[in-house]
Write a protein that binds this ligand. Structure first.
Ligand code: HDD
Length: 692
């Protein structure tokens, strides 16, 4: 058969022949010539000019000069890992896709990302997170390119460039990096009422994930599932993290940016390296045309979600990330996700945002990866055989044999290879599932009337939150809008929109900014009250388990050896990680005279990188530290970030110096601490900081 389907070495979980390139004994040029000296260029005499004939030097510098490729236009900063998806339910009545066959295991590559910042920006800005999954199924690659938020800013792909221009650094000054708290974003957003629902999510703690391992993921759009009989149903995809959803709070996120630029990337890498493989369940919400017609919103509108109370999420498989990348550039940077990558049994809907994405992602790879043959890069190549008559192009690495580069052909009748043929039975076919009126008609640049309600679901989201979550949303609006220079125009326009969401919210933000509440914006369609959905709240669904968390344990000379040992054992038993922090990285001398090495030095391990802290100090250790402001700040921050603070009796003077009260604010180091460390104490917050 004459195909271009060879994908060398890919059968073995992404093992590539490229990897071998750096592993020989002898250093060579890219063309294989052994190199005798990698320290000195070729020159005339010891101090004379360098010679142009030095091909070793020229090739090395030439290659280095071209090492960078354009970063992604959005989602430039990301972290990836390999894993396995296992289908756990029989949904053959819904979809014929092999990836969903019960028991089927499919290799995956997942890349998480922030949206606005450049590739070198930090991990913890207030931002939406990308959650892109490439399934290497036996019927081709399926890419589910989603976010950690189930809705989007806009309804139509034609607005995407405006959204991205507005949110990224401003065109003239080149700042701010990785954040929406600036004029152009809020200028644009306040003029686009359809962004309001997504803004509620963006201003909530959803955009401050504690860990990539503790985020939900969503396919966002309505897709279709198609079974073997060709029957189609609508579907929304969800990823549910086994560790539960957990977020940081704003002050903590800000301090994390200073403490560790790579906070999320490091956390993911270290968890996988330690064998604590992150897991998510894949869930589906399946519904038909009848359900869609009965809703007060349009299921083709990506600014809308379907409450889980209306259509429960059914779990159908498990994703486990179990292998870090070998090479960041080759894998995480070069991976190319395409929403247009679907497989038979999964189909698109008419969502106009999705339809635009089907073009954009294929197109952008040519500019980012430089060639139409980007699918041959090992991380992108299907792991199943693939072949067609597409030929040539830059960086073609396949060597198709024979004359068959067109179809139909009758070469096989003459004893030659004829090449692959189309397969109506096995191939992908677009399936008709009417999604309601206005699907056909004259050619018009219009939006359906059903897309015109921009506020009801924003209200639904806000009213489904706890008091503390609502306060965080109001405070985020205040923070972001206070960074806007055009204070007379932009915040009032935003407040006018917010009045359609919730009057109390609008008033709180106006008060927080210290400005008058403007008249309510005229709504294209009057919002309706939807029944609150508990599933939309993080706090109402928090899993209070220690698994996957990191506990900072402060030690000093004289720390009781047994106390430390039993605390660390209890933390490990609860499947969390204990990080020993000491004034010096070389460690401390414990009460029994033994030396204990530290995992982190105090100044380099501020308490914001931990989920809870324990002060395991002797009286001597405590008095040596109690007057050091950095140590006191360590405790102040942990408490202010609503974390459990545990202490030995001898460490109480330090906790008290940090303003904590023995009775109410400090826990002993036994089982109470293990239980408390799994929580966040949101009820503590109003006494600690002013929230809008
Ligand atoms: Fe997008 C990247 C998610 C709308 C155009 N997008 C990108 C990535 C994610 C998303 C997770 C990073 C993929 C990776 O890790 O490589 N994008 C979304 C979601 C959307 C969405 C959930 C709405 C539901 N995107 C969207 C629209 C357009 C784009 C409407 C264009 C019309 N997105 C792109 C892009 C990127 C991208 C410019 C940059 C790099 C890439 O595609 O491969 O083409």
């Amino acid at each position: 058969m004459t195909t271009n389907n060879a994908s060398p070495g890919l059968g073995n979980g992404g093992e590539t022949h490229q990897r071998a390139a750096g592993s020989g004994d002898v250093l060579t040029t890219n063309h294989g010539a052994p190199v005798s000296d990698n320290q000195n260029s070729l020159r005339s005499g010891g101090r004379g000019p360098t010679l142009i004939e030095d091909f070793v030097l020229r090739e090395k510098i030439f290659h280095f000069d071209h090492e960078r490729i354009p970063e992604r236009i959005v989602h430039a900063r990301g972290s990836g890992a390999h894993g396995i998806f296992e289908a756990t339910a029989d949904i053959s009545d819904l979809s014929r896709a092999a990836v969903f066959t019960k028991g089927e295991k499919t290799e995956v590559f997942v890349r998480f990302s922030t949206v606005a910042g450049g590739a070198g920006s930090v991990d913890t800005p207030r931002d939406v997170r990308g959650f892109a999954v490439k399934f290497y199924t036996r019927e081709g690659n399926w890419d589910l390119v989603g976010n950690n938020i189930p809705v989007f800013f806009i309804q139509d792909a034609i607005k995407f460039p405006d959204l991205v221009h507005a949110v990224k650094m401003e065109a003239d000054r080149g700042y701010p990096q990785a954040g929406s708290a600036h004029d152009t974003f809020w200028d644009w957003a306040s003029l686009m009422p359809e962004t309001t629902h997504m803004l509620m999510w963006a201003m909530s703690d959803r955009t401050l994930p504690r860990s990539l391992r503790m985020m939900e993921g969503f396919g966002v759009h309505t897709f279709k599932l198609v079974n073997a009989e060709g029957e189609a149903r609508f579907v929304k995809f969800h990823w549910k993290p086994r560790l539960g959803v957990q977020s940081t709070i704003w002050d903590e996120a800000l301090k994390l940016q200073a403490a560790d630029n790579d906070y999320h990337r490091r956390d993911l890498f270290e968890a996988i390296e330690a064998g604590a493989f992150p897991q998510w369940d894949l869930g589906i919400q399946v519904f038909d045309r009848e359900f869609a017609d009965a809703q007060p919103y349009d299921v083709l509108d990506a600014t809308k979600l379907i409450p889980e109370e209306d259509v429960p999420v059914r779990l159908i498989g498990t994703l486990t990330l179990n292998r870090n990348v070998d090479n960041f550039f080759a894998e995480t940077e070069q991976v190319a996700f395409l929403p247009s990558n679907v497989v038979p049994g999964i189909d698109f809907s008419n969502d106009p945002l999705l339809q635009g994405r089907l073009f954009s992602y294929l197109d952008t790879q040519k500019s980012r990866l430089g060639t139409t043959n980007f699918h041959q890069i090992p991380i992108n190549a299907p792991r199943c055989p693939f072949g067609n008559f597409q030929r040539d192009g830059m960086m073609q690495t396949k060597v198709p044999k024979g004359r068959a580069n067109y179809e139909p052909n009758s070469l096989a009748e003459h004893g030659e290879e004829g090449g692959p043929r189309e397969s109506p039975a096995r191939g992908f076919a677009t399936t008709n599932l009417s999604s309601g009126p206005d699907e056909t008609g004259g050619k018009l640049r219009i939006r359906a009337e059903a897309f015109s309600d921009h506020y009801s679901q924003a209200r639904l989201f806000y009213r489904s939150q706890t008091k503390s979550e609502q306060a965080h949303i109001a405070s985020s609006f205040v923070f972001e809008l206070s960074k806007v220079g055009h204070l007379e125009q932009v915040p009032p326009r935003m407040l006018a929109n917010l009045r359609n969401v919730d009057e109390d919210l609008a008033q709180r933000v106006a008060d927080g900014l210290g400005i008058e509440l403007p008249a309510k914006a005229r709504a294209a369609k009057e919002p309706v009250d939807m029944a609150p959905s508990d599933a939309l709240s993080i706090h109402k669904n928090m899993k209070q388990v220690l698994e996957g968390r990191v506990i900072g344990v402060l030690i000093a000379d004289g720390t009781e050896a047994d106390e430390l040992k039993s605390l660390v054992a209890a933390i490990i038993k609860a499947k969390a990680k204990a990080v020993l922090v000491a004034p010096k990285i070389g460690g401390v001398t414990l009460s029994d005279g033994s030396r204990q090495k530290a995992d982190g030095q105090l100044a380099g391990s501020p308490s914001q990188i931990f989920d809870a802290v324990a002060l395991v100090l002797s009286a001597g250790g405590c008095s040596a530290l109690v007057n050091q402001s950095a140590v006191v700040q360590w405790v102040v921050d942990a408490f202010a970030h609503l974390k459990a603070v545990g202490a030995t009796a001898a460490a109480l003077p330090l906790a008290e110096k940090a303003g904590l009260r023995e009775e109410d604010d400090i826990v002993g180091l036994g089982s109470d601490f293990i239980e408390a460390a799994a929580k966040r104490f949101y009820d503590r917050e109003p006494a600690l900081r002013t929230l809008a």
